[in-house]
Design a protein around this ligand. Structure first.
Ligand SMILES: Cc1ncc(COP(=O)(O)O)c(C=O)c1O
Length: 436
């Protein structure tokens, strides 16, 4: 096609220079670099859908609390390794208010983003039992989790949940758990990249099987309460964020401040370890740690040896945000609801131009509009679509890079501004016209 918005010579030149074996399956950072090079050479903006970073400003409440904490002198002091008491207290209130789960502040720990919580928990869970040497991912998923597990030197396996929703999840999940080699199972909910949310039936299945096979469930709530189909934002009032913790005690939660509070730059998240998991004794842990106690190995060994705590001021910032949300003074979901609005419009633009949603249902309900959605174009693989989109100034990642077996791409809405919707529509129309 010689009528594409971004000239073929320019796109081809940078693809060649990138030396990527397959542009279509490149990572987020690789695609980001390539799109930026093409943008600069062509003098035109891309519609950036590859990056999963927040596109909204950080809230004043957090910033003010951080400035005040710094003025009060926290910068010179090491923070408590478990997290500052104010943060732990507000985190416990938050989980009660928005999930209806009762835990005391002692079960909450500050981590350098929820990614660090996952790293620490996976490192300990992955090595707590010699006979259980494999982590199970319910995919599609966040590619960095697999990178973490590889770095730790633990094996992993996974399956695309696409064809195993509802009751069918039981058979599929059990087929992995019954092998006896799985230490823990990890998934994100809402899910990155597909934005599916597990139904109560599915969460119950996961909980029951985890209990039956003594496997730890790690629930990643990176997009806390961002299932915008329901009003999850009134403290203390149902409906609540769905969670496996309603059906089992055999869990760990990762709560991120990055998306729900637009606080990604401060690298502060919450790791939740309930008392029965914290005190669990696993003799194999003494191969690596000073104690056989699970929680002790996570907090006093892994967190300590990796970061020695979380930036003191960032903890004050997040504590203030959680407190304001708990007190009903800061309606965080009204602010990030903007992502849902963008997704609704963008999905329509894609669907009007021949694209189809890939992951489209939770049970009988259409999936929520939120931070991500997944689309495909008939006749093209996900990798082909990623590459082809470069000529149209659209960047996204292929689903195959996320553990998905489906052909399609992940679109992230956070960096696409409403004023770009007209341009997006024009480019999609042209794409459709050129491919019919
Ligand atoms: C599923 C998932 N988990 C974890 C993270 C990382 O969160 P944090 O910034 O809190 O480390 C992300 C960020 O994109 C994510 O999508």
């Amino acid at each position: 096609m010689d009528n594409t918005p971004f000239p073929k010579e320019i796109v081809d030149k940078f693809i060649k220079e990138s030396n990527l074996p397959n542009v279509g399956t490149a990572s987020i950072r690789e695609l980001r670099k390539l799109s930026t090079q093409i943008e600069e050479a062509a003098g035109k903006k891309f519609i950036r859908m590859e990056m999963g970073i927040p596109g909204l400003p950080a809230p004043e409440i957090g910033i003010k609390a951080e400035v005040q904490a710094l003025k009060n002198g926290v910068a010179s002091l090491y923070p408590a390794i478990e997290g500052i008491p104010e943060l732990r207290k507000e985190a416990a209130r938050f989980v009660k208010n928005f999930m209806d789960i009762d835990l005391s502040p002692e079960s909450f720990f500050a981590t350098v983003g929820s990614m660090h919580g996952a790293f620490s928990a996976l490192m300990v869970a992955g090595r707590m039992d010699k006979t259980r040497d494999t982590v199970l991912f319910i995919d599609p998923g966040f590619p960095v989790h697999k990178q973490l597990v590889k770095m730790i030197g633990v094996k992993y396996t996974g399956f695309d949940v696409y064809n195993h929703r509802g009751d069918a999840l039981k058979v599929k999940l059990e087929s992995y758990l019954k092998k006896g080699n799985i230490s823990c199972v990890l998934y994100s909910n809402p899910n990155n990249p597909s934005w599916i949310c597990f139904t109560e039936l599915e969460l119950k299945i996961i909980a029951e099987l985890a209990d039956a096979y003594n496997v730890l469930v790690m629930e990643d709530l990176a997009y806390f309460a961002m299932d915008f189909r329901k009003d999850l934002g009134t403290p203390g009032k149902p409906p609540f964020q769905a969670t496996v913790a309603r059906y089992t005690d055999n869990y760990i939660l990762f709560i991120s401040s990055s998306k729900a509070f637009s606080y990604a730059g401060q690298r502060v998240g919450i790791l939740v370890i309930p008392p029965n998991i914290y005190t669990m004794e696993k003799p194999d842990l003494t191969r690596y740690y000073s104690s056989a106690v699970f929680g002790h190995s996570v907090i006093f060994n892994t967190l300590y040896a990796t970061t020695a705590g979380v930036s003191h001021s960032a903890q004050h910032g997040l504590a203030a945000l959680l407190k304001a949300a708990n007190d009903g003074e800061y309606h965080f979901l009204e602010i990030v609801g903007e992502y849902g609005n963008r997704a609704r419009i963008m999905k329509k633009l894609f669907q009007e131009n021949g694209f189809l949603l890939v992951y489209d249902k939770d049970g009988d309900d259409p999936i929520a509009d939120g931070f991500y959605f997944t689309i495909r174009y008939p006749g093209l693989s996900g990798a082909q679509l990623v590459q082809e989109f470069l000529y149209y100034g659209i960047s996204a990642i292929a689903l195959s890079t996320t553990g998905s077996d489906q052909e399609g791409i992940r679109a992230c809405v956070s960096f696409v501004l409403p004023e770009q919707f007209n341009e997006l529509e024009k480019r999609l129309k042209l794409f459709h016209c050129n491919h019919q």
